[in-house]
Design a protein around this ligand. Structure first.
Ligand code: HEM
Length: 425
């Protein structure tokens, strides 16, 4: 892929929904212009139809890798507490409910992160490892005889969803509900998930409340009957360990399903598309799967950049690059752009399964909010591709991907694929 610079600097408007409907080559071109000509540029905010909140004062756009890292590493200046996932200032109850700790600063963030990290230790991940393999095998079993399927909904999406549900101990009968409600929360800009005229905030709140209600019920149940799952670990203290309240566990669950599902599934879908578009890279990885898996997985995350931005707000005046930012200003960290920064990545538009070094920002900058699920996601991506290469080795994408219309999630909604049919294992 090569970026197309069809817009001059003054014509670029990251707040316009039309910008996000441009081809990816044109968007890449615009971000490369921003990095080169005004890497900390101010944008007015746009109106969002269906959201009854007044538009805010605008935001600074950080498009260079170095500035994004600098902001991520200074959380006392670049705060998450006014909302990390929305440009609009949402009411604080909504921020807490939807994002939980992703929308908090220390000390509250540190406390929650310490508690929930119990579910992501190497020991906890080793326990989930077998489940990841078993689920990946079952996913391929469900499609292998057909010879064709939708890659996103039948191959990429089920694994992360099933794994988050399995970690928390959600019954299988509820996974579809979890899937639909997360789609709605993250696909709010897309008319397929929230038809024109929908009150978007009300729709998101409704979906979130349903997920939270499911979690509260589960937490109550686990208080009575503890099991070997993350839900139990978060509410039962060993010794003088801290625990989460019912409300905290509900919003942590909403964060986990939202953060863990869409991201990983999009990494797998974009990764498959990139491998089909670059047959040499695919052959290279297929010929030495284990040898190249560590670098290939990182490259897939860099390439996909499933989370496009995170937001911070200034707690005090500061200088960044050549700009002075004032207290209260909003700042967007455009990870997609940092991940194509020519100053850091050689040939940034080349998909290279052996790329090394690869200091990408796909999981965020190296700050306190760095993705908690990064190792789990790496594992899921690796296992899914191993299963695809082993059992569907000639899988090809057979039509154009249908993209999610969003400035926050780099998503593929559907993507047809075909392969030589095989037998179930
Ligand atoms: C390829 C897949 C994934 C990508 C690209 C991704 C990306 C991100 C990014 C960009 C952040 C914000 C970092 C920051 O603000 O500095 C984040 C935070 C987070 N992610 Fe992921 N993520 C992925 C998979 C997962 C998975 C599988 C889980 C859990 C099951 C997960 C759970 C979380 C949580 C809980 C946070 C909030 C951490 C905090 O605020 O301390 N993510 N992720």
């Amino acid at each position: 892929m090569q970026p197309v610079r069809s817009l001059r600097l003054e014509e670029i408007d990251l707040s316009s929904i039309d910008f996000w409907a441009l081809s990816s080559e044109e968007r890449e071109g615009a971000f490369s212009t921003l990095r080169a000509e005004d890497p900390i540029r101010f944008f007015e905010e746009g109106e969002i139809p269906g959201v009854p909140i007044e538009k805010g004062p605008g935001y600074w756009s950080l498009t260079r890798h170095a500035h994004i890292l600098e902001a991520s590493r200074a959380p006392e200046v670049f705060s998450s507490a006014r909302g990390a996932t929305s440009i609009l200032d949402l009411p604080s109850e909504m921020n807490e409910f939807f994002g939980g700790m992703i929308n908090m600063d220390d000390p509250r963030h540190g406390r929650q992160r310490r508690i929930v990290s119990r579910g992501f230790t190497p020991r906890a991940l080793a326990r989930i490892e077998a489940a990841v393999e078993k689920r990946a095998e079952a996913i391929v079993d469900r499609v292998i005889e057909k010879g064709e399927c939708d890659f996103v909904t039948e191959i990429a999406a089920p694994l992360p969803l099933e794994i988050v549900c399995e970690m928390m101990g959600i019954p299988e009968s509820q996974t579809q509900l979890v899937f639909e409600r997360t789609n709605l929360i993250l696909g709010l800009g897309d008319p397929e998930y929230a038809p024109v005229g929908t009150n978007l905030l009300a729709a998101a709140l409704q979906a979130g409340s349903e997920l939270a209600a499911l979690m509260r019920e589960m937490a109550e149940e686990r208080r009575r009957n503890p099991r070997e799952d993350l839900t139990t670990a978060l509410i039962h203290a060993a010794g003088n360990e801290e625990v989460l309240t019912n409300d905290e566990i509900a919003s942590f669950f909403v964060l986990l399903v939202v953060a863990g599902n869409e991201t990983t599934r999009n990494a797998i879908s974009h990764g498959m598309k990139a491998l089909c578009d670059t047959p040499d890279e695919r052959r290279r990885w297929q010929a030495d799967f284990d040898g190249l898996a560590p670098t290939a997985v990182e490259e897939i995350v860099r390439w996909a950049s499933p989370v496009i931005f995170m937001r911070r707000s200034l707690t005090q005046e500061t200088t960044l690059g050549e700009k002075t930012l004032r207290e209260g200003d909003k700042v967007l960290l455009w990870y997609n752009s940092g991940n194509r920064d020519e100053a850091v990545f050689k040939d940034p538009y080349r998909f290279d399964v052996g790329r090394k070094p690869n200091e990408h920002l796909g999981f965020g900058g190296a700050g306190p909010h760095y993705c908690l699920g990064a190792n789990l996601a790496r594992r899921e991506i690796r296992v899914m591709f191993r299963e695809i290469f082993r059992r569907l080795p000639d899988l090809e994408i057979t039509g154009p991907p249908e993209m999610l219309r969003s400035n926050f999630i780099h998503g593929i909604k559907r993507m047809p694929c075909a392969f030589t049919p095989g037998t179930r294992s």
